[in-house]
Design a binder for this molecule. Structure first.
Ligand code: GMT
Length: 374
């Protein structure tokens, strides 16, 4: 099939899922056309069956706000027509689903019928989408999509709860991609960040409020009183400053390492002992799954879709949002040398439930049904 994949090209989870899905489909022989405003970070180098169409946004002086949605819809029309696409798959409802709807109507007027699939990822429903200024458009686009998928049961339930949506929503979980590169774990690398006997805690996010990065520092402060350890923080965003301030306040500057944005996080995760995700809300928690896939257990909040990924007492532990004492207590228990090896094995085992081989055919089946019935 010829598939147009529309996504955010940045470090966000929805862009990662869309890019990895496109790459995996291309490997299976499908022709994938990525449509977005900049090259997706996970796209990597030249590959067979992959094409990238950049949406260039005009900066005409009249526009105080650039009309990205209009340019995106026009680009979709162009790519569908001239590359003869069979289907469009848009990741994250805002504004991708409404742009796809617009493109579909334009193409219809030209005698071309193109189905589109919308994948809901999280904040498009739980935070941004619920904003009354977006709600009517989101509701309409979800109802008008030819198929809708959500990355967890929890996100599906949230969609029915907050929007006037009656249609079927397929739950297709996020997935982990098997490593193509060889592991680079080395004791030498680990010793650069933590001395012998110290544990390494890792957190990866976009440092937005919803991630509660201050809780990451608070949990680490409690842990560090009991177990000598280091905290590696990957990513950047609006709450980083707050995080840095807290580290100074708690006198932890020599124990916390801010790496900033990292393209391939696997190599950082390989030297970690535990991953910490205390989010306020999380539709799935792809970062946690990626940690588990390299054998790193997870201490997390029990919100949204996280309990569908992290199993309490098996691949890690879950606590109520904001309960930093409980998270620290669980982390101390998990990091004990009698427990850690089992949790590491379990985390990896659990991640296998989300293997690419299990998930990819579910998307292909949706595409096939729509294309055959088009
Ligand atoms: O976590 C973010 O803020 C980024 C956001 C995105 O849309 O790029 O992530 C959401 O989608 C990911 C991929 O499906 C999920 O794993 C994340 O849980 C979800 N984030 C939230 O729900 C906060």
């Amino acid at each position: 099939m010829k598939i147009g994949m529309v996504l955010y090209p940045t470090f966000g989870g929805s862009g990662v899922v869309g890019t990895e899905l496109g790459k995996a489909l291309a490997l299976k022989g499908h022709e994938i056309h990525f449509i977005t405003y900049s090259q997706p970070v996970r796209l990597g180098s030249f590959r067979e069956n992959i094409f990238y169409h950049e949406v260039v946004v005009s900066d005409y002086p009249l526009f105080e706000f650039q009309p990205y949605e209009t340019e995106l819809a026009s680009k979709m029309v162009d790519v569908v027509r001239f590359e003869k696409l069979d289907i469009l798959h848009v990741h994250y409802a805002i504004p991708h689903a409404s742009a796809a709807f617009m493109a579909k109507q334009i193409l219809k007027s030209q005698g071309i019928n193109i189905p589109f699939v919308t994948t809901l990822h999280g904040t498009d429903i739980t935070l941004v989408g619920r904003d009354p200024s977006f709600e009517p458009v989101i509701t309409f686009c979800i109802n008008e999509s030819d198929a809708v998928t959500a990355v967890s049961e929890s996100l599906k339930a949230a969609t029915y709860e907050h929007f006037n949506v009656k249609r079927n929503i397929h739950v297709i979980s996020n997935f982990v991609v098997p490593e193509t590169e060889k592991s680079v774990f080395s004791e030498h690398m680990r010793l650069k960040y933590a001395s012998d006997g110290e544990r390494i805690v890792c957190h990866i996010s976009n440092f937005r409020k919803v991630k509660r990065v201050d809780d990451v520092v608070r949990v680490f402060a409690l842990l560090n009183k009991a177990i000598p350890s280091k905290l590696i923080l990957v990513g950047d965003g609006p709450e980083r400053y707050l995080c840095e301030r807290l580290c100074r306040e708690f006198n932890l500057c020599d124990k916390v390492i801010f790496l900033g944005k990292v393209r391939d996080t696997t190599h950082v995760l390989e030297i970690a002992d535990v991953f910490l995700l205390p989010s306020e809300t999380e539709s799935f928690g792809l970062a946690a799954l990626e940690a588990m896939a390299v054998g790193v257990p997870v201490i997390s909040s029990n919100t949204g879709g996280i309990p569908e990924v992290n199993i309490h007492g098996f691949s890690g532990y879950l606590s109520n949002v904001g309960d930093v004492e409980d998270m620290a207590k669980n982390m101390i228990h998990l990091l004990h040398s009698d427990n850690l090896p089992t949790f590491k094995i379990n985390a990896k085992e659990r991640s296998k439930e989300f293997s690419l081989e299990k998930i990819l055919p579910l998307y292909e089946e949706i595409y096939r049904n729509l294309v055959l019935n088009n």
